[in-house]
Write a protein that binds this ligand. Structure first.
Ligand SMILES: [Zn+2]
Length: 103
């Protein structure tokens, strides 16, 4: 199991059109128990972090959730994001620049 190292600011846009930044340092990642992938395949771990930011323009609660899948241990298999009330202003692949694993 590894710890998450997150850095930088994520640009996002509220549904009202207002753009802001979320600090990666504000995500407090929690990790799941290891999830078995199958016989002889080891386990994967999901690190989940979420931030809710109130839009300075319209007051909307913008939710950004980031899930990092660690598999095999120490390696990033995938990073996914989920937003409510807003959208991230970047390609999903770009998220990898903001997050790394410290073994
Ligand atoms: Zn807004």
């Amino acid at each position: 199991m590894s710890a998450i190292h997150a850095r930088g600011d994520l640009p996002y846009r509220c549904k009202c059109g207002y753009s802001e930044l979320i600090r990666m340092a504000d995500f407090s990642f929690q990790q799941t128990r290891p999830i078995p992938k199958g016989p002889d395949l080891g386990s994967e771990i999901c690190h989940m972090g979420a931030v809710t930011a109130k839009c300075a323009n319209c007051g909307e609660e913008c939710l950004v959730e980031i899930d990092l899948w660690e598999y095999p241990v120490g390696a990033i298999d995938a990073i996914t994001s989920y937003c409510e009330g807003c959208q991230l202003l970047m390609a999903k692949e770009t998220l990898r620049r903001f997050i790394s694993l410290k073994g």
